[in-house]
Design a protein around this ligand. Structure first.
Ligand code: FAD
Length: 405
């Protein structure tokens, strides 16, 4: 029997980790692996807020996917998937068709900007660093703010799941404005759907709530929890239950959905476009299909007054990809691999220092009391992790520690 055909869709944390891990488990004689991605670059997404603040260029946090994949003997095709036929086991792209024995969906998200009028940046006046082009646009908007200071709102829309960057953007902007001596001209308001600070879609984590509360107040960052943003205009952000907040630069994280090609493929995704999987990240019905990362359907931890969805971080994506790759390789040998509950570690940039947060598992109740710590050393660790991740990943390897996410 010839090698099995594995198609991976997506070239970010989920797709790249799956490709590297699968190749570690299965040599070219056992698996012919093809990675399809609509973007030919890998971007270190957690550094998008630094790009927005002018602390990094996009080039510094990106590399072309083709080089490390070729070294791993993984075929790379810079194609956009338009549909997946799970019955015929065919992936359709803007360039043709690919047949598969196994498929790994790692397509990340689509920003559901239609959820709130004015969410942007290309659909309305709001800004958000959810992709490379949107981050470039936000960097330009921040440049204009520095030239013409005015009030700012940083927030997340109802149903958002990516809440960490809201805090990073508020702290980052505060830090930037202070360094330029402009902070006194820019009132910053943080509007979050979370029922309390640091809920982050995972029910909170140890002392992160108190830490964030102290840090926001120390920096004169006004905040409102359970805020339901309803509309973003050129000069204000409107919410369901209070007066509009003036804002000349509104940075609002949208709720997420699955990408169009996945959402529209029959039998593949739930109504939001996310892929339902079991605890090995296998599709619950479609044979040979896995999904990892933001593309996966994960239910919220609790019902909150304003909806907040379960987070899907880079570290969690990496764990999902490792579990899926191990399971796929084990199935070829007629075995079943182990699975594990997702844990999360992340470092939240606070401008002049950072907060470290570790939860195990992500979904409460937890085996361990969450670790929360802050200081300048964590900021140094976050920068070192970024550098190490990029240096390893562009050479076809995964960074051996997860402490820096
Ligand atoms: C601003 C920001 C800051 C963040 N900070 C952190 C952090 O500090 N720590 C942390 O752990 N996590 C962080 N995250 C979350 C982390 O970035 C995500 O969990 C991670 O990027 C998810 O990886 P993914 O592979 O699932 O999807 P993505 O990174 O979204 O990648 C999707 C891939 O699929 C491809 N694709 C999409 N559609 C198609 C198609 N139709 N055809 C072909 N290819 C397609 C894309 O080109 C891309 O390669 C942050 C996220 C954001 C937005």
């Amino acid at each position: 029997m010839g090698p099995v055909r594995v198609i991976i869709v997506g070239g970010s944390f989920g797709g790249l980790t799956t490709a590297y891990e699968l190749r570690r488990h299965l040599g070219p004689e056992r698996a012919e692996i093809t990675l399809l991605a609509r973007d030919d670059q890998f971007h270190f997404v957690p550094s998008f807020p630094w790009v927005a603040m002018g602390r990094r260029s996009l080039e510094q946090i990106s590399f072309p996917l083709a080089i490390p994949l070729a070294a791993k003997r993984v075929r790379f095709a810079n194609e956009t998937v338009t549909g997946i036929d799970t019955a015929a086991k065919v992936v359709r792209t803007d360039a043709g068709e690919h047949r598969y024995d196994f498929l790994v969906v790692a397509t990340g998200h689509r920003s559901a900007n239609e959820a709130v009028e004015g969410l942007g940046p290309f659909d309305g006046p709001g800004h958000s660093p959810m992709s490379a082009p949107e981050t470039t646009e936000l960097a330009q908007a921040i440049g204009r703010l520095l030239a013409e200071p005015g009030p700012v709102v940083v927030g997340a829309a109802p149903g958002a799941s990516c809440i960490g960057p809201v805090y990073e953007l508020a702290f980052g902007l505060d830090h930037l404005l202070r360094r330029r001596g402009l902070r006194h001209q820019v009132p910053i308001s943080l509007l979050t759907p979370e029922p309390f600070l640091g809920h982050m879609g995972m029910g909170g984590a140890g002392k992160i709530r108190q830490l964030l509360e102290g840090a926001l107040e120390e920096r004169d960052l006004a905040y409102r929890t359970s805020a339901a943003i309803t509309r973003i205009t050129e000069d204000a952000v409107e919410t369901a239950d209070a007066a509009p907040v003036p804002s000349v630069c509104s940075i609002v994280i949208p709720p997420l959905a699955g990408v169009e090609a996945v959402a529209a493929s029959e039998g593949l995704a739930n109504p939001k476009g996310f892929v339902p999987v079991d605890d090995h990240y296998r599709h619950q019905q479609a044979d040979g299909v896995y999904a990892v990362g933001v593309a996966v359907a994960l239910p919220p931890v609790d019902a909150t007054a304003v909806p907040v969805n379960f987070p899907k971080t880079g570290h969690m994506t990496e764990q999902m990809a490792k579990i899926a790759a191990a399971d796929l390789a084990a199935r070829l040998d007629g075995r079943e691999a182990c699975s594990a509950e997702l844990s999360a570690r992340c470092i939240l940039d606070m401008g002049d220092r950072a907060a470290y947060l570790a939860v195990d598992p992500v979904r409460p109740p937890r085996n361990h009391i969450p670790t929360v710590s802050d200081g300048r050393a964590w900021l140094v660790a976050k920068m070192a992790f970024e550098r190490a991740y990029l240096s390893f990943a562009r050479r076809g390897r995964l960074v051996p520690t997860a402490r820096g996410w």
